[in-house]
Design a protein around this ligand. Sequence first.
Ligand SMILES: [Zn+2]
Length: 292
Amino acid sequence: MSTFHVGGIEITRVEEMLSPGSPPGYLFADFKPSFYEENPELATPAFLDPKTQRLMSSMHTWVVRNGQDVILIDTGCGNDKPRPPAFRRFDMLDIPFLDRLAAAGVTPDDVTLVVNTHFHVDHVGWNTRLEDGRWVPTFPKARYLFPKAEYDHWIASDAGLKGFPDCACLLEDSVMPIYDAGLVDHIADGDEISAGLTVSAAPGHTAGQVVLTARSNGETGIFSADVLHQIVQVPRPEWHCRFDEDSQLAYRTRKALLERCIAEDALVFPAHFGAPHASRLAPRGTGYRLVI
Ligand SMILES: [Zn+2]
């Protein structure tokens, strides 16, 4: 378990899965094997599985403690959830995630805020758990903060589902039960959700995705959600991920976020990068590099 600090805010990574995900050429049409000659530091086992040549893919929750709230940023894939072939890696999982959360000193009743950066299968799963055949909120004493623009995109209108019909299952078992339980507050660009934690719109990967910025004692941390989906987008921010809804908008959002990370000397907390999972960034050539 890794713990980081942004001023007086403590951030702990609680792992759900860390395993080989997709081959880079599957996610990024522009990928060429020469990428690893140019970026050998990303060919290490932390980022590229030596056996399968697939990108190492982490699913984790960032637990943020600022003295006021216990906040979970994104909730992984969840247990017992049937998933279609497109999400085969996340089908019917049985992972002791809540035990790991307890090892980080957090019981479900301790959690006061849950943030979903966007409504994708690997960001909403532990919102709910199966109890007597029903999906119930895993964190019953928390307010769940969902982006208003994601609600509009996936639920109020069917624009999201038209493009990605496979996402219906996660809305049904991981998002709607939270609305039904009356635990949702909507968030939008500029909101301060707790002391030192603000929301910024980050559209492109999905229409309503948000990122979070932590500020304390002159230090900055940025929870970058899937703006940075895979580590290869640090040196090659112009590469489009196949899961981005609007690739041009995703690129503009990514470029602006990367520039902000540099300008603010921010510690960056991506959703899926391999160890050390969070780092600062620096410019290099036409792209960027991890400072590790
Ligand atoms: Zn994701």
